[in-house]
Write a protein of this length. Structure first.
Lengths: 210, 139, 590
């Protein structure tokens, strides 16, 4: 079984409520407060992108300390305490759904002095802060709250939804492929049909296209 | 846990939700099926409550009246009586010397609510005798 | 608004003109998406490719500061294509001939260099707006109001709605969507220099008679002339016209343009009183600080942007010695020889609003209990409230006809030049509100967005200056120079940058021009000239930015700490005081 969060970009209004709720939920559960969803905005599309909990998740395979596990409830999860911050998963993820984050103690705690150690324009992969534990951060379908994703509840236009119906394996597999190709296309601005004629047959009924 | 119904103080939409209160602290919010928001909230509605608890992230809450008798002196904590008598006396003197139109009052288009605006405009008009009352509608 | 927010989703066409609901009102943006899904046409006219532009049927990239030329052409196009509802114009409006005389000089072909809009697109949009069934709504925000020709643009928007009969029926008309949560309420309640509560004019002797009687004072004690507008406060102090300022819950040193200059001007006050919940930058300059209760600690009524009164309760009791604003003001008034006393907000609401404003008489606390609401006009107890205004083409003028007014176009006050080649436009962002004293103290919201904020800049303008995304940059104008972060954004038009006004370090209002229009005295916050420059040493810039931020916080915390220093002998300096009045060291600027 696989579960993941799908987005209808035509409904997304880029308000960022999903990111705020994601962050707040994780922060209150003692996890990294970094939002697990990235808001991608361009002239053509806006979408909250997050982990697809891939069936053959490459991040699980590359993790040298087995901090990333494929769980029985259909979710791919990082154990933030085991993670050593090696970034291999972030590099290998085809969706850019994993990044490194560390919540500094001085970040939002009022008067404590935050000493910047890198310019903000530094690539997220090579950021490092003294004394701050850096972990790979990705969507865990809110496992801390019985796998009940807060972003889906919070979305004001119902653009986000949790796909979990085990109704038809082929249907889910098809959606996964389309969603993958669409995300790549969005991020790298290429037409998958040029590279892979197989993808074209999914195009018309693409998830989120209506 | 107590629940108290409020209207969001962050934009003109007028979303309704409950503030969740535990041990005198506001700990969360929960959307209600209001006219405009229909059970939805944006991030400010969901996460915009903890300033009430005086988090001291940006700037601290004010709990006690303070004043200074001249610009060279620092602010001092004073009693309400001292502060209000000082303001009353000064305002009366300024009104006497320069006329009622030399005093300016603002209402507020933010969290204070309609009633405080009603009282403020009555104060400006009936007590001071000026129409110099306005709100931050323009910015 | 002449319609309700829920009704927006049932309109046939939404014309968003200088209004970005996705950042200012996400819950309204939700209605726009629902309208689209129900089949409504969406037209967006905005120099930026705003989020709604993505789902718009027509996106019109007009040039910054060209609103009135654009609207005149829009009206021209309606008339030229024969889309005027002549019957409605004849029966329900006046001034059509004069209106035409102005707009006929603004053929889209003639204005295209000013507005940047292709005439064919103008004609298509005008047709889409005018012919939409069952109704169209023009929505606008600060993109109309904070321009030099703001009232002019509003006149024209209203006239466009009238000549096409896209007003005076359900879910139609004009929707200036108010930004702050209770800006509609503050205006409704008479916190305006020209109106008593309920928009009853201060220059009308009968109205003054009514209020004098209700307030138990001789009528000649009420001023018979319109007061000054708060946006002029700096100049009024400087010119010796205003000597005392009682400021309730506002932070002009963050929200008003040319803030550094305003701070200097306010030093000329004889008495500066602030009622607030936080030690804001404005409070830090006050002579007397009166601690008020916060939202969540008091109850009352707010008016939403669509005239909906809603009751809100108190969640927690007042902290420290805090008192409600209305208690403080009533007490002060009593001490000044004009006794005011109220038991609770309901008494204020009933006595000062419902009984003195006939249009709100039906808005009782009982009606607003729970999830209830009351939308004015609501003149009687059994009135259901009015989501829509002007139904049947009956307007609120003495002859019940809409007056059609058009104006000639005037360029913005400070045009870009060689030294300051970019337009600076002040906008909003979704995660913070107003001067940020509230949201900036919320952990989650601060976690998502903190100082120094962003200046959104077009990729070409960034590239020309060697600026990359997330770089810290200088932005400067004739008024000042600030540090902020670059957001290289392909939705931004070339030649302009957009900054939000919430940031205390990346303070947009240190750059903005203080120029107000002659009618409404609204600052021209959507247009001034500026320049942007890269900072070579980014590490230095990051540290500098943090230093500025910490210095500002420390100054405010130190000021606020004074409330915990007890003193019996007011004004006798102690050792601690000596240290306290020493000015903060100014962090170096490059």
């Amino acid at each position: 079984m696989s579960r993941f969060i799908a987005i209808n970009p035509n409904r997304c209004v880029a308000c960022g409520t999903c990111r705020a709720e994601c962050s707040e939920g994780h922060r209150k559960a003692g996890l990294q407060s970094e939002p697990r969803l990235a808001l991608y905005e361009s002239r053509d599309v806006v979408a909250s992108l997050t982990c697809h909990h891939c069936a053959g998740a490459p991040c699980v395979k590359v993790c040298p300390v087995n901090a990333i596990q494929h769980c029985k409830d259909g979710c791919v999860r990082v154990d933030e305490h085991q993670c050593i911050g090696c970034k291999l998963c972030a590099v290998t993820c085809p969706f850019g759904a994993i990044h490194m984050a560390g919540t500094p103690v001085s970040g939002v705690a009022g008067m404590e002095y935050h000493v910047p150690t890198f310019p903000a324009s530094t690539d997220p992969l090579i950021r490092w802060q003294i004394g701050v534990i850096t972990a790979a951060v990705k969507c865990d379908l809110c496992a801390y709250d019985h796998g009940h994703p807060h972003c889906v509840d919070a979305c004001i236009t119902n653009a986000l939804r949790l796909v979990e119906d085990p109704d038809d394996g082929d249907e889910i597999e098809r959606k996964r492929v389309v969603s993958g190709y669409k995300s790549i296309a969005m991020l790298e601005n290429f037409d998958p049909r040029e590279d892979d004629p197989e993808a074209a047959r999914f195009d018309d009924s693409a998830e989120g296209g209506k | 846990m107590e629940k108290h119904m409020v209207v969001c103080p962050y934009c003109g939409s007028g979303c309704k939700f409950n503030l969740l209160v535990e041990n005198g602290l506001v700990v969360g919010s929960e959307p209600l099926n209001g006219l405009t928001n229909q059970g939805e909230l944006c991030l400010k509605g969901y996460s915009g409550y903890d300033f009430i608890n005086d988090t001291k992230i940006l700037t601290p809450r004010l709990y006690h009246p303070m004043m200074r008798t001249s610009r060279e002196k620092p602010l001092k904590r004073v009693s309400w009586d001292t502060a209000l008598d000082f303001v009353a006396e000064k305002l009366l003197a300024i009104k006497e010397k320069y006329g009622p139109d030399s005093i300016y009052c603002t209402g507020s288009s933010r969290g204070t609510g309609n009633e405080s605006n009603l009282v403020m405009q009555r104060f400006a008009r009936a007590c001071i005798g000026t129409n110099n009352v306005d709100n931050c509608a323009r910015t | 608004m002449s319609c309700g927010v829920p009704g927006m989703e049932d309109a046939g066409c939404l014309f968003l003109f200088g209004y970005n609901p996705n950042t200012s009102h996400p819950i309204v943006a939700r209605r726009v998406v629902r309208a689209k899904e129900k089949g409504a046409k969406i037209i967006v006219a905005d120099p930026r490719f705003i989020e709604t532009a993505r789902i718009a049927d027509i996106y019109m990239p007009l040039k910054n500061g060209s609103n009135v030329a654009f609207l005149n052409s829009f009206a021209y196009s309606i008339i030229d294509q024969g889309l005027v509802d002549e019957e409605f114009v004849r029966d329900h409006t006046t001034g059509y001939e004069d209106f035409v005389k102005v707009v006929e000089r603004y053929a889209p072909e003639r204005t295209k260099d000013i507005t940047g809009i292709d005439p064919a697109m103008m004609n298509e949009a005008a047709r889409m707006y005018a012919t939409a069934e069952p109704s169209s709504i023009i929505c606008w925000g600060m993109g109309v109001c904070q321009q030099v020709q703001n009232v002019e643009a509003v006149h024209t928007c209203a006239a466009i709605a009238c000549i096409t009969h896209q007003i005076g029926k359900p879910n139609s008309g004009v929707a200036p969507v108010r930004g702050q949560n209770n800006v509609q309420g503050a205006c409704d309640m008479g916190a305006l220099p020209n109106f008593f509560p309920g928009y009853q004019s201060v220059t009308n002797p009968e109205v003054r008679e009514k209020f004098a009687k209700a307030w138990n004072i001789p009528v000649d004690k009420l001023s018979d002339h319109v007061g000054y507008k708060v946006s002029d406060i700096g100049h009024l102090v400087e010119d010796g016209k205003v000597h005392a300022f009682v400021n309730m819950g506002e932070d002009p040193l963050q929200t008003e343009p040319d803030a550094a200059n305003l701070k200097r001007q306010l030093e000329g006050l004889d008495l500066f009183v602030c009622l607030d919940i936080f030690m804001t930058q404005t409070c830090a300059e006050a002579d007397v600080i009166l601690p008020a209760t916060s939202w969540g600690e008091h109850e009352g009524v707010f008016t939403a942007c669509d005239r909906t009164f809603q009751y809100f309760s108190a969640a927690v009791p007042p902290k420290g010695e805090c008192r409600h604003d209305w208690q403080i003001i009533s007490d002060l008034s009593t001490r000044m020889g004009y006794p005011m006393h109220y038991e609770n907000t309901k008494e204020i609401w009933d006595k000062e609003c419902r009984e003195l404003w006939p249009g709100a008489y039906g808005a009782t606390y009982e009606k607003m209990a729970g999830l209830g609401h009351a939308q004015w006009p609501i003149p009687t107890l059994d009135h259901p409230g009015s989501p829509d205004l002007f139904l049947g083409g009956k307007f609120s003028t003495p002859d019940r006809r809409a007056r059609l007014i058009a104006h000639d176009f005037v360029y913005p006050t400070e045009m870009p030049d060689e030294k300051y080649p970019l337009v600076l436009c002040s906008v909003r962002e979704v995660g913070h509100y107003s001067c940020r004293s509230m949201t900036g103290n919320c952990e989650q919201l601060t976690d998502l967005a903190d100082e120094p904020g962003y200046a959104h800049i077009a990729p070409a303008d960034a590239k020309a200056r060697g600026i990359e995304h997330d770089d810290l940059i200088w932005v400067y104008s004739r008024r000042g120079k600030i540090i902020t972060r670059a957001f290289v954004d392909d939705r931004i038009n070339e030649g302009a940058i957009y900054m939000t006004y919430q940031w205390w370090i990346g303070k947009t209002n240190d750059l903005m021009l203080h120029h107000v229009d002659s009618r409404s005295h609204t600052p021209e916050d959507k247009y001034c000239a500026c320049q942007v420059e890269r900072i070579d040493d980014q590490m230095w810039a990051e540290e500098h930015c943090q230093e500025l931020y910490m210095a500002l916080k420390e100054r405010l915390f130190k000021k606020a700490d004074r409330q915990y220093v007890d003193s019996d002998e007011l004004g006798v300096p102690t050792e601690l005081d000596e240290a306290d009045v020493t000015p903060d060291p100014q962090p170096a600027t490059a």
